[in-house]
Design a protein around this ligand. Structure first.
Ligand code: N7H
Length: 484
């Protein structure tokens, strides 16, 4: 099939391949001197924005270095820039196009908070909500000191044209936990492949997959200006997403959520309930997530961890759910089965319309010895990209994770309907109500023991959120920084 030609030099790098990040500084700002900001951004910042082309080149260099045991040439820095609706209001004159309904509504709007069951903004970080945010800089690099010095350099380049409202540095976890999020699970295992960018590893036998199990999607799901998915066919191209203005081409919407993780509370909960149910605590944690901590999916390792599968990119994502119709291997409510149900609903083409590219990073310190209730704020700076926040991020949160009835129509082996329950990781019930999930105890390979996990409080708590538009580098150089 004809593959799309992506304009890799014009698309910001975090969107499709991710900036190389051991450390990542998030600088949320508002513009205080508009014309000065525009001039300085056009003259001194645009040339430093990292494109997909650069980010994927560095990826190849790093992978090659790892394979041949060579020291990595570097260090690699990344810089990306996005704007909220307030920011776009500032940069463009009145009568600007409306870029997308969820983007224009914003993450802090009461309707967004209501539909996602998010905590009210009175419970978000005070510094994050004190003033409306116009934009965010993402600055990535190999260590904290250099990311801080790059951030300082950027702020000097911008003179006094912006005011930093909130900033925070995310970091990968240390030592053997590198690549794992704070609950201990390997993250970043499954991402959509992108047609025109991700090469099929088995072009003859599996031409519509990148790595085995990684569906190739049409880029319009994540970047404007290209065909998206056909809603009725998982493979064929569909129409390109509507653009309110031509300069949206090569841009993308970014969802940011600062998600605090209550790690000691999560561990204690898992230990107590595993004991109650008479099962291994690692297995219970794996049934909440759908993977073991090392990455092996329950669909391939239902009762015991298999670290070799977790570590093998040819096997760790090569699975489906249709051959597990009674959640014997993986609960319907497990985080990854909710967030990307694959063939679980019987309509793969439709499921592929609700995918996101995730590009987050952990934040906060490691759990201290003796920290039995959370004393330090830690968690995930969750970032994801898409061309429709409503159809992609919000759909996953609202219609899958927060919806106890999803996946619908599931039956018990002997008959009787199943209510799968909430996603135990990110699901949010209305009004802080308790959550539950069905079948924490595995009936594998057979069995009929009926169990429920009642989850009185959340282990993942939203403390800040914002929606951004990440424009193309051309739009940054022209329409968005033109003086009037
Ligand atoms: Fe999730 N976790 O540690 O439990 N996530 N996630 N996520 N997540 C995934 O496959 C986690 C969050 C998705 O393709 C893994 O890369 C945590 C939000 C999607 O099969 C693990 C937090 C949303 C996938 C976690 C968090 C999603 C996914 C397995 C918050 C969207 C891919 C590793 C603190 C609304 C599913 C992997 C697939 C995977 C965890 C947030 C979505 C371990 C701790 C907010 C689509």
């Amino acid at each position: 099939m004809h593959q799309p030609m992506l304009d890799l030099a014009d698309i910001q790098g975090d969107i499709l391949v991710g900036l190389q990040k051991y450390y990542e500084s998030f600088i949320f700002f508002n513009v205080i001197d508009l014309n000065y900001f525009k001039r300085l951004t056009a003259q001194r910042v645009c040339e430093r924005i990292t494109s997909v082309g650069q980010a994927s080149h560095w990826d190849l260099v790093i992978q090659h270095g790892k394979r041949s045991n060579l020291p990595t040439l570097g260090p690699f820095y990344g810089l990306n820039l996005g704007f909220t609706r307030h920011g776009i209001d500032q940069l463009m004159t009145a009568g600007r196009p409306q870029l997308g309904s969820a983007f224009e509504r914003g993450a802090d709007h009461q309707d967004t908070i209501r539909i996602l069951n998010d905590p009210p903004i009175s419970r978000w970080l005070a510094a994050f909500i004190a003033d409306p945010i116009d934009g965010v800089f993402l600055i990535t690099g190999p260590d904290r000191a250099s990311v801080m010095s790059q951030s300082g350099d950027l702020l000097r380049r911008l003179g006094g044209s912006i005011r930093v409202l909130y900033s925070e540095i995310g970091q990968v976890r240390p030592g053997r936990e590198r690549g794992h999020e704070h609950f201990g699970f390997l993250d970043g295992v499954s991402q959509p492949g992108i047609r025109g960018l991700t090469r099929p590893s088995k072009p003859i036998y599996r031409p519509d997959e990148g790595l085995p199990g990684q569906d190739l999607l049409w880029p319009g799901e994540f970047v404007f200006g290209y065909p998206g998915q056909d809603p009725n066919d998982p493979v064929k191209p569909g129409k390109a997403p509507d653009m309110a203005a031509p300069w949206m081409k090569n841009g993308s919407f970014m969802v940011f959520r600062r998600l605090e993780q209550k790690v000691p509370e999560f561990r204690k909960f898992v230990a107590e309930h595993a004991a109650r149910l008479g099962m291994d605590r690692e297995l219970l944690a794996a049934r909440m997530v759908g993977r073991w901590k090392g990455g092996a999916p329950l669909e391939r390792a239902p009762l015991r961890d298999d670290p070799a599968i977790g570590a093998d990119p040819n096997r760790n994502n090569d699975f489906a759910y249709a051959d597990d119709p009674f959640q014997r291997k993986c609960p319907y409510a497990a985080h990854i089965r909710k967030a990307y149900p694959r063939d679980d609903t019987g309509n793969e083409a439709e499921v592929l319309r609700h995918r996101i590219i995730r590009a987050g990073i952990p934040f906060g310190p490691e759990v201290e010895p003796g920290e039995t209730t959370t004393r330090h704020s830690r968690g995930l700076m969750f970032v994801c990209y898409q061309t429709s926040i409503e159809r992609q991020f919000e759909y996953i949160q609202r219609r899958y994770a927060d919806n106890p009835d999803f996946a619908t129509g599931k039956m018990r082996p002997g008959g009787g309907a199943v209510t799968p329950g909430y996603d135990p990781v990110i699901g949010q019930a209305p009004g802080d109500e308790a959550r539950y999930m069905d079948e924490p105890y595995p009936n594998y390979p057979a069995g009929t023991r009926r169990t429920t996990l009642d989850i009185p409080s959340e282990f993942v708590v939203l403390t800040a959120a914002a929606y951004f538009f990440m424009p193309s580098i051309t739009a940054l150089r022209t329409v968005l920084t033109r003086s009037f």
